[in-house]
Design a protein around this ligand. Structure first.
Ligand code: GLP
Length: 237
């Protein structure tokens, strides 16, 4: 696991993504407050160039059940922050159906579509204050594929307690770990403990992000606050 500490993590990660998108590549993307500036930067870099034509995007997770057009949905988020501003062919965009009647079938179909797209080249992740990645909450097993999950009260509160929502559909830990390369972004003091547990704690189901220690090519992009509890960095400074 590599660690990069910088004030401009979103700009750095956006430029890494931008290098990939002229080639055939499949990218898993997150929602949340942390990556908003990354999307702004990606849109800026894209300009008017026709460069997203060969890229496939898979969104990590969605609330369930929910109308995709709900203003709080992850579809609305990605549409506003990215899709409306780039030339990605609609058939190259993938998100779990947050209104499906058959979650098992929907999750299997998502795994199949990832495989058909050649697997994930790059997965961009955020992290929850309880160490979750995508919607893989504490207790999620490392062999999990895309699945329906219950959200913890703390995750629901951090995400603004959306009425009627207490579940989500999410790529599993195995799905995420199968990505060739992984970047995790974290900003702010509230994430410092989760980052420390993920990087320096034991690999444990109580902190799903700690599974990333087993990935061959994973970089954590952190601002100083998110990195503030890392003993590894303090011993070098
Ligand atoms: C949600 C998302 C995660 C995201 C996390 C952190 O729970 N499902 O994918 O990483 O929130 O979000 P934020 O960046 O807003 O702190």
């Amino acid at each position: 696991m590599k660690i990069t500490v910088s004030t401009d993590i979103c700009v750095e990660v956006a430029s890494q993504i931008f290098k990939l998108i002229n080639n055939t590549s499949t990218i898993a993307l997150p929602t949340g407050n942390t990556p908003v500036d990354m999307y702004t930067e990606l849109v800026k870099l894209s300009g008017t160039d026709l460069n997203w034509l060969k890229t496939n995007i898979f969104i990590l997770d969605v609330y369930y059940p929910q109308d995709p057009n709900d203003p709080n949905s992850f579809y609305s988020y990605i549409k506003n922050n990215l899709l409306d501003n780039i030339n990605l062919p609609p058939e190259n965009f993938h998100i779990l159906d947050s209104n499906t009647k058959n979650t098992v079938e929907e999750c299997l179909k998502y795994e199949e579509n990832i495989n058909k797209a050649g697997g994930i080249d790059l997965a961009i992740l955020g992290i929850g204050e309880n160490g979750h990645i995508a919607f893989n909450e504490p207790g999620t097993l490392p062999n999990s594929e895309t699945h329906l999950t219950n959200l913890t009260p703390e995750t629901l509160a951090a995400n603004g307690n959306i009425p009627g929502i207490n579940q989500g559909l999410t790529m599993g830990i195995k799905t995420i770990m199968s990505a060739k390369k992984i970047f995790l972004l974290a900003k702010g003091k509230a994430k410092a403990k989760a980052v420390r547990d993920a990087v320096e704690g034991p690999i444990s189901t109580s902190c799903p992000a700690s599974y990333l220690q087993n990935h061959a090519d994973c970089t954590f992009y952190l601002d100083e606050d998110a990195a503030s509890l890392l003993a590894t960095l303090q011993s070098h400074s």
